[in-house]
Design a protein around this ligand. Structure first.
Ligand code: M6R
Length: 369
């Protein structure tokens, strides 16, 4: 059942190109228009939405955090991302014009289920993005958008994360189409780019040996930091979570811009820091800011492990290791940038002799509050 792989996690990392491709499958009509058939919420209601709140936990919440950048950009609707267990207890401002998006692989996470119930009691419509058919959360939602990642067995989420981002992007594009925020040809162009992502994800996986070798050389690391900006920020958070869960190493993700507001005090000689570098062709100023962040931490002795786009020579002088990913639009880059971080955490845990599919103290679905 592991299909010749050493662990379910390894298999699921390799499944990722398919998980993304399958999540995109059958979502357009012959004219190229995006159709989300399972989304049975009145179009007039979706047009009137004035706020989106994503509720989720763990990795699913990070996929929501990535999607926030895309949905706000495409739809011009404010998007909040809230941990499901925090949402309920803060008296959130939710009404009929609020769309709550619950993201969950298992469809059984109790915290997320309680957030869904709370949102519906306040009159909000709930769309869930779910991987597991027949689970509870889709039954209690107004509509469901399934991710088609296939069963995810390893406790650490990998392919579900990529397919959650993909599904949330489909939802964002659908809302943009419905509300006329984007021209149909712009939407088709983004969908075209999305359809090209599985091939690029495959390329990143094929480059995995260098990541694994680096991880093996770092098995005695006591702490690893992760930095990113814009969509690279939730990728950094996810990289840190994977390393905590699997390798039991202290790991923390930061928004790179926060460095000088505190975290830079942690940097001393030899401190490993992953940096997710945005595309040099992306948003003005973003790339150069992250390059200065790398310079700042390198000058203070950090060992820099950089994820950068093919051909980005500007990173070379400041990087101890570079994990190259293919070029992509900034908003799509998390689907690539997270993959080396998954492989790194898995390989480091394996080098420490740990069980990567079933880390200590964790359960695959957390059905208690
Ligand atoms: O099944 P869910 O997507 O609702 O699970 C949410 C989290 O419990 C889950 O993502 C958890 O953080 C994973 N172990 C992360 O690898």
């Amino acid at each position: 059942e592991k299909g010749g792989f050493s662990s379910f996690m390894d298999k699921e990392i390799h499944d990722q190109p398919h998980a993304v491709a399958d999540t995109l499958l059958g979502r357009t009509d012959p004219s190229g228009k995006l159709v989300l058939d399972d989304l049975r919420i009145d179009e007039a209601v979706l047009r009137s939405v004035d706020k989106i709140i994503v509720v989720a936990c763990g990795t699913a919440a990070y996929s929501g955090h990535v999607a926030k950048y895309a949905i706000e950009h495409w739809c011009r609707i404010p998007v909040e991302v809230e941990l499901a267990h925090e949402f309920r207890y803060r008296d959130p401002i939710v009404d009929e014009k609020t769309l709550v998006v619950a993201v969950t692989q298992s469809g059984e996470t109790m915290d997320t289920l309680m957030a869904v119930r709370h949102a519906r009691e306040q009159g909000a419509k709930v769309i869930s993005i779910v991987n597991t058919h027949g689970s509870t959360i889709p039954r209690e939602s107004d509509a469901v958008l399934y991710t088609h990642a296939g069963p995810e067995i390893a406790v650490a989420s990998t392919k579900a994360f990529l397919s959650q981002i993909t599904a949330a992007y489909l939802l964002g594009l659908y809302l943009a189409q419905l509300r006329g925020n984007k021209f149909p040809d712009e939407i088709s162009a983004i969908l075209e780019d999305l359809r090209d992502m599985p091939r690029k994800i495959q390329t990143v996986i094929e480059r995995g040996e260098y990541v694994r070798a680096t991880a093996r050389s770092m098995k005695d690391a006591k702490s690893v930091l992760f930095l990113g900006r814009h969509v690279g920020f939730p990728v950094a958070l996810e990289g840190a979570l994977k390393l905590k869960e699997l390798a039991y190493i202290h790991a923390e993700g930061f928004a790179a811009g926060e460095l000088k507001h505190g975290p830079i005090a942690l940097i001393d000689e030899g401190q490993p820091v992953f940096v997710v570098v945005p595309s040099p062709k992306g948003r003005e100023g973003l790339h150069s800011k992250v390059i200065s962040n790398i310079q700042e931490i390198r000058a203070r002795g950090a060992r820099t492990l950089v994820i950068a786009e093919d051909g980005d020579d500007a990173v070379r002088p400041y990087a101890d290791e570079i994990f190259w990913i293919p070029e992509s639009a900034t908003l799509l880059s998390p689907l690539l940038a997270v993959v080396p971080l998954q492989i790194f955490a898995m390989a480091l845990a394996t080098a420490k002799g740990l069980d990567v599919d079933q880390p200590r103290n964790l359960a695959k679905s957390v059905t208690v509050e």
